[in-house]
Design a protein around this ligand. Structure first.
Ligand code: ADP
Ligand code: MG
Length: 498
């Protein structure tokens, strides 16, 4: 009888530059099951799976795969033993075609000649198995992220992977694409593959995994069958304290009747069309849609970053023409841009400067003078209130804080300016679960203080946890409007469309 496949790590230790980040970790991934691997940023998840995949050498411990034990795997031995990894950063070759990528590293040859027909036949066969239609001759770089991942999965499948590691594969996927990915994961599980699935999203853990392991500070904080645990157990294991169940927010205490921000049939060519929505002081409205559905552009246009080609934007009942962010800021609008890194200028400024600065816009332009006094005042007001975790040094550079704490500082800037409209774009992308809850709390508090908040997001859990109302967008248009109890992950997934 064939021995079922098992991948086992025992006593794995790993240090970088003298600092140990894994302190003797055990991990079991049996064939035919999905192990969810959870943990806050920096817990050691990626390091652990890279050791399993042979990309990093451990300082101590063993990896046993299919009966053979290794004190260190190389990428080649890991591959030979059927271990494959889909990285957070896609490792495909963008200029090669779908077919060429699926057979990458093992192109069939006859004599010196690559058998292109065979490469395409193989690709069609494996894509058929997955039940997806992709043009095997398309360059992979021309496909959206979700489809590029499918190509990588197809590659693992055609390679007969016995263990497939997915490191946060859904970070950039819509709900539909995630469902499709889960279909493949289940299929691989049925075929006896051992899957290790790293994610930040707790819903996914319960939907897809058989077992769950939580890493905290380089050790295993919780491990066992997923069915034995609730969300609260997992969150508590991740953050090392009980932060309570993830749930709908309490209804807002007071919402003013007149909208502070209103889109009236607004359009921006090539981005969105005929969008109507309003945000009242005291409430959080989510603008939910897949990446590329236009949600970010809607929010950005209320900050003067795009010019309307039709319709109007009103702020506090007055139609406004926002030529640039300076106009928007003058009208009381604040924006937290999505990609903190992209606006690199403020990362090399201090926490205090960031709190006191009028906007990332002016910081980016460089021409900025803020008095020490103002900085000290701003720091005193917001550093404590937002529970920013840092060295508690006003001069600490923003870029040295964790992503969650950077976001809190940037929220503080708009608190400091008493903005009446706050636009947030993907405010917790890449932020871990503990900091995420604190950002949500800060946003809710901001709304409770009378600010109107509009959050553009592609994360449906975020909508459920944060929003009083949700406007769902698909392909640049409003597809649905949900309020209160209608805001569930299921409804959001249905409404956002394929
Ligand atoms: P996770 O994937 O859970 O977010 P990682 O495994 O990426 O965590 O990181 C664990 C710790 O190891 C972090 O403190 C990180 O800074 C550190 N680390 C990871 N990779 C390296 C590396 N190549 N060099 C130095 N430190 C690293
Ligand atoms: Mg990681």
């Amino acid at each position: 009888m064939a021995v079922p496949f098992l991948l086992q790590a025992r006593g794995i230790r790993k240090a970088f530059g003298g600092v140990e980040v894994l302190h003797g970790v055990d991990l079991d991934a049996p064939g035919g099951s999905v192990l969810a691997l959870l943990g806050e940023n920096g817990a050691g998840k990626s390091t652990l799976v890279k050791i399993v995949a042979g990309d990093y050498q451990p300082d101590a411990g063993t990896v046993t795969v299919g009966g053979d034990s290794f004190s260190a795997l190389t990428p080649l031995t890991a591959r030979e033993h059927g271990i494959r990894m889909i990285f957070q950063e896609l490792a495909d070759a963008p200029t090669l075609t779908v077919a060429e990528n699926i057979s990458l590293g093992r192109w069939p040859k006859r004599g010196p000649f690559v058998r292109w027909d065979e490469i395409r036949r193989r690709a069609r066969e494996v894509l058929d198995q997955l039940g997806v239609e992709l043009d095997v001759d398309a360059p992979v770089g021309s496909l959206p992220v979700g489809e590029r991942q499918i190509v990588e999965i197809a590659r693992a499948l055609s390679d007969r992977a016995r263990c497939l590691i997915l490191d946060e594969p859904t970070a950039a996927l819509s709900a539909q694409e995630t469902e499709r990915l889960f279909g493949f994961v289940r299929r691989l599980r049925e075929q006896g593959t051992a899957l290790i699935y790293i994610t930040h999203r707790l819903d996914e853990v319960f939907e897809i995994s058989d077992r769950v392991a939580v890493l905290r500070d380089g050790g295993v904080a919780l491990e066992g069958p997923t069915a034995d645990f609730g969300r609260g157990d997992l969150v508590a294991a991740m953050v090392g304290r009980d932060i309570g169940e993830v749930a709908r927010p309490a209804p807002p205490a007071r919402v003013a009747p007149e909208p502070v921000l209103r889109f009236d049939g607004a359009s921006v060519d090539g981005a969105f069309d005929d969008v109507a929505l309003d945000v009242r002081p005291g409430e959080v409205v989510a603008l939910y849609g897949k990446l590329g559905s236009g949600t970010a552009e809607v929010a950005e246009s209320a900050f003067g970053l795009h010019q309307l080609s039709g319709g109007a934007i009103e702020i506090a009942g007055r139609s406004v023409r926002l030529r640039d962010p300076a106009d928007a800021i003058a009208a009381g609008v604040g924006l937290l841009p999505s990609d903190r890194q992209r606006e690199g200028a403020f990362l090399i400024r201090s926490v205090a400067e960031n709190l006191a600065a009028p906007s990332w816009w002016s910081m980016r332009r460089g021409g900025l003078f803020i008095s020490d006094r103002r900085e000290a005042d701003a720091y005193g007001r917001w550093h404590e209130a937002l529970r920013v975790r840092s060295r508690n040094d006003p001069a600490q550079l923003l870029g040295t804080l964790s992503g969650g704490n950077q976001q809190k500082v940037l929220l503080g800037r708009w608190l400091e300016r008493r903005s009446r409209v706050l636009l947030l774009i993907e405010p917790t992308r890449g932020v871990d679960v503990g900091a995420r809850q604190e950002i949500y709390r800060a946003i809710r508090e901001l709304a409770a203080g009378g600010v109107g908040v509009l959050v553009a997001t592609s994360d449906y859990e975020e909508v459920v946890q944060l929003a009083d109302r949700a406007v769902v967008m698909a392909r640049g248009r409003v597809a649905a409007r949900l309020a209160d109890d209608e805001i569930t992950t299921q409804r959001l997934t249905e409404e956002v469309g394929g």
